[in-house]
Design a protein around this ligand. Sequence first.
Ligand code: NDP
Ligand code: 8X3
Length: 250
Amino acid sequence: MTPTALITGATSGIGLAIANAFAKLNYRLILCGRRQERLDELQQTLGQQTECYTLTFDVRDRSAVETALGSLPDAWKTVDILINNAGNAHGLGPIQEGDVNDWDAMIDGNVKGLLYVTRAISPGMVERGHGHIVNISSIAGKQTYANGGVYCASKAAVEALSEGMRLDLTQHGIKVTNVAPGAVETEFSMVRFKGDEARAAKVYEGFTPLTASDIADAVVYAVTAPPHVTIADLTILASAQAAATTIHRK
Ligand code: NDP
Ligand code: 8X3
């Protein structure tokens, strides 16, 4: 049977690259995000390669998540692979100056949103005794850096949740993979710096960052591993990156 994959944050960056990679494998795709026009475009483009279904919701909105995922038509209810990718950093600054709205966006999106989606999708996997959940964490979940405490905390929570999910779900035939990328050039820094293009570009200056498709390749590796193999945890860095904030720039 052709697997069906649900990808949150499919409208750009890593989620979009995973959608493209899965389309090449002919997986059926449920593509999620807030930007309707991008989802419509994906339905047009990727829809020519594979079967696609789109859902527009904000992962922070619990009832929107429940309504959207609860409304999946019968033909799309069986989700074999869940990619919990939606998330972003908002701001970069010391804790005493933090913008509480930014904190809410990170904790509500990166942590609670991932939980809401998982709560909606995992019972079906348990019922079927089969499934794979891939959580996109970050090097920031393993190493805390100055001025990024709340984003790092949100990704440390993802690390803990990947372990917790594996402990609870392995007995039900469900694999859990945690993927922790380093610097990947996407819209991530534009979002973090609220549209400041120059500041966002500086993040990737003087070295070759990862591309979103580098991460998609790793996700494909994890989801195509043989049934008896679980790729539990992958940390992927650009070759110039030694640690979260140690990057060798020319
Ligand atoms: P992008 O900004 O390019 O993509 C973020 C995606 O998440 C978009 O599709 C966006 O869609 C979606 N999203 C964000 N917030 C919400 C929300 N509240 N509700 C629904 N969808 C949301 O960044 P990346 O591709 O880089 O980020 C993807 C994941 O990878 C994130 O979890 C990020 O933390 C993680 N990551 C990124 C790294 C990097 O260096 N880029 C490194 C390590 C991890 P839309 O706006 O349409 O809702
Ligand atoms: C994104 C990578 O190091 O900018 O999670 O936090 S980092």
